[in-house]
Design a binder for this molecule. Structure first.
Ligand SMILES: [Zn+2]
Length: 106
């Protein structure tokens, strides 16, 4: 069987390498000084990645506040936090739904 090459990226929170498709992507729009949560991984531009885990998103936020994420240097922190909030809603939303479904409503 032929094995397809699976592109891997590192989580900017915990540093783990994972398949690109299993990570959340953020597209960096350097010219505009913006960063966007790229839910479908289709937005042009350089990207940074995070596991779909609130902990990793939190770590990424901490590192961004301390300006330790070199890819997003020069992007206003507000823009970074906004993109992270979008991603957290996405990550948390899915989990939340799954949990409620399993509980069958209470
Ligand atoms: Zn991670």
């Amino acid at each position: 069987m032929k094995k397809r090459h699976v592109p891997e990226r590192s989580c900017a929170g915990c540093g783990a390498k994972k398949e690109k498709g299993k990570l959340l992507r953020f597209a960096i729009k350097r010219k505009e000084g913006r960063i966007l949560f790229d839910e479908r991984q289709k937005i042009e531009g350089r990207g940074i990645y995070s596991c779909p885990d609130p902990k990793c998103l939190g770590d990424l936020e901490k590192r961004a506040r301390k300006k330790k994420v070199k890819q997003i240097r020069g992007i206003p922190l507000d823009a970074v936090l906004e993109a992270l909030a979008d991603a957290k809603r996405h990550a948390g939303g899915e989990d939340g739904k799954r949990l409620t479904e399993r509980e069958g409503g209470s």
